[in-house]
Write a protein that binds this ligand. Sequence first.
Ligand SMILES: Cc1cc2nc3c(=O)[nH]c(=O)nc-3n(C[C@H](O)[C@H](O)[C@H](O)COP(=O)(O)OP(=O)(O)OC[C@H]3O[C@@H](n4cnc5c(N)ncnc54)[C@H](O)[C@@H]3O)c2cc1C
Length: 492
Amino acid sequence: MQDHYDVVVVGAGNAAMAAALSAKQSRASVLVLEASGAEDQGGNTRYAAGQMRTVYQSVADMRRLVPDLTESEIASSDFGVYSREDYLEDVMRLTHHRCDSDLVEILVDNSFDTLAWMRDLGVRFQISFGRQAAKIDGRFKFWGGLPFEVWGGGPGLLDAYYKAASTAGIEIVCNASANALRKIAGRINGVYGDIQGKPVEIGAKAVVLACGGFEASAEMRARYLGPNWDLAKVRGTRFNTGEGLKMALAAGANSAGHWSGAHSTCWDSNAPETGDLVVGDGYQKFSYPVGIMVNAAGKRFVDEGSDLQTFTYARIGREILAQPGLLAWQVFDQRAVPFLRDEYRIRKVTKATGDTLEELSRKLEGVNADGFLQTVSQFNAAVPPGDPPINLSVKDGRTTLGLEIPKSNWSYPIDKGPFLAFSVTTGITFTFGGLRISTRSQVLNTAREPIPGLFAAGEIVGGIFYGGYPGGTGLVSGAVFGRIAGREAAQA
Ligand SMILES: Cc1cc2nc3c(=O)[nH]c(=O)nc-3n(C[C@H](O)[C@H](O)[C@H](O)COP(=O)(O)OP(=O)(O)OC[C@H]3O[C@@H](n4cnc5c(N)ncnc54)[C@H](O)[C@@H]3O)c2cc1C
């Protein structure tokens, strides 16, 4: 390791590696600092399923990202298209139009080109037949604008990045935490930190912060997200503790976005405090649209079918956090079982079963049994008549009638035993608030001027997501702004 580089990148996840590789392509010397040891290297990216949301217009676009797509797969699939307008509309709608539209346009307009760039670097993509398609009349119909996922998920993405980095001669140092930015005459020109516990000072012409949000700090969660967020389980890495945010704010950076907001979802109530790489994203429980969710009083508290799952899952964690004991049970009957995702069949799952609803009600730990039975009976009386096949690829309009909290789509009675239930709590994925950046990934100061030599990308950036989030956008945001940050930092 030298004591001076053109570009120092803090973090070694998706945004960081996109920045490092892009800076290297612009002929910069690059050092990557990673707080964790080699086994955890790559932050939340290592835990990610790897779904990536991009604009795509045609089968030719599918082939550009997935060259081994076969003729028979094409013939048996309705991939649809996902236009620039679709993408913009989804982000705008889910963020209640609060997002920074300049940043979102950059994200959307560069999404496909950035994935193609990643493909050229060696990242392989595949089609999400398992997660994002429903088989209708013998053909796979894709829904939610999300047919692409990285081959091998988050770990596969990191393997490809690290291989490309090694070929390009990028140094990655593990057990290396940055803890402050070096600033001379208003310009960032390096970092202070620790490597293997020893203090270091590394000079750089520019620094890219890509070291995540603050979701793994219970103290910052309680401080910014509010009461009880300290009790949420962390779905991913324990290393994203907000250090990058703190050092940038201390150096004069402006904050942006939804600091009291976070991406959070249904997560097994007995999952460990932070992510477990063996189980990966298996603790998530995303099939609630084909069932109902009840709280400790046995009452429903959310419209489980308000939209396609990929547009609702990221805000349901907050709803669960507001329930007594931060607890909910998802309840299904046999009609729903064929539609339960793979994560319901893992070994480490908190599950109850009953041949009858009465038997199930006695096994729902922490739930008022009478309240639950009353809820199911009222729900069953409110669903529309008929029993057409369940189709999760479209909003089917099967809404309940007369309930205080409706279920707007996919409402079927819960009456075909044996019955199943799964216990979930709030799992936080990442925080929404962060640093204010320009469309060139420059970190802005409180006067909204670029801080010379400082760039940011990934979860550390604020202003893109508020309240909600369309699935598969986190990795694309990190890759798009990481690629821009690397290029700009190399030219700084
Ligand atoms: C279970 C799960 C499933 C997910 N699935 C998807 C999905 O399918 N699609 C999608 O788009 N998104 C998904 N996400 C979200 C996605 O993982 C993130 O949006 C993305 O990985 C964030 O990338 P990043 O580079 O900003 O941060 P990270 O990948 O978290 O990287 C941050 C890095 O910074 C390091 N670091 C932290 N502090 C310091 C410091 N002071 N000094 C040095 N290094 C530091 C960390 O160790 C880490 O390596 C998922 C997340 C989880 C947890």
